[in-house]
Design a binder for this molecule. Structure first.
Ligand code: G4P
Ligand code: MN
Length: 180
């Protein structure tokens, strides 16, 4: 990695950490939220073999617009149009009812760019592993299984994106009695 890409990644991770500073995961330990975007970027790099720095940046930033006061324009001016576009592609419209948002993720997944599909795939892999690690506060076993079923529908639309990551996520679905 060149020294400039190191600096770019540190700038990106610092921005995400500041934006998510007051947020926690839903697990009983209330893990700092930033662990999730860092973990998603790390899955892409370490397990998916991804070196495209804009994809790694988008992974670090992927929940900032959906879950904080960050705007796409802000990302565009700080990190450029490609990073901003990838984040936009993986951002749900929170003004829609939850069922509609979930349905749209399934419908839109196959039409996303390759870069956005990579971020989506790693996001799902992280969240499914996290559900196996511990149950979010207040979630029943049925809700956890429901997330696996829905995630398998989304991941179906991401086929052909990254063989290593798809194999790992498929293992998790098989353990739950689900087929891709
Ligand atoms: N497994 C797990 N998920 C947690 C935890 N804390 C927060 N989350 C987030 O919760 C979201 C999944 O929960 P849902 O009830 O389906 O969605 P919601 O947040 O929109 O209500 C994911 O959002 P997302 O990243 O935007 O992804 P997605 O909604 O596209 O799956 C995930 O990152 C946790 O402790 N475990
Ligand atoms: Mn996420």
């Amino acid at each position: 990695m060149s020294s400039s890409s190191t600096a770019v990644l540190l700038e990106t991770i610092n921005f995400a950490a500041e934006k998510h500073r007051n947020q926690r995961r839903k697990d009983p330990d209330a893990t700092p939220y930033i662990n999730h975007p860092i973990g998603v970027a790390r899955i892409l790099s370490h397990e998916g073999g991804i070196t495209d720095i804009e994809v790694l940046q988008a992974a670090l930033l992927h929940d900032t617009v959906e879950d904080t006061d960050t705007t796409i324009e802000e990302l565009e001016s700080l990190f450029g149009p490609t990073v901003a576009r990838i984040v936009q592609e993986v951002t749900d419209d929170k003004s829609l009812p939850k069922e509609e948002r979930k349905r749209l993720q399934v419908e839109h997944a196959p039409h996303r760019s390759h870069q956005a599909k990579l971020v989506k795939l790693a996001d799902k892999l992280y969240n499914l592993r996290d559900l196996n690690r511990c149950t979010p506060t207040g979630w029943t076993a049925e809700r956890v299984q429901g997330y696996f079923v829905w995630a398998s529908q989304v991941v179906k639309g991401l086929r052909g994106t990254n063989a290593a990551l798809e194999e790992k996520v498929q293992q998790l679905f098989l353990q739950r009695g689900l087929e891709l």
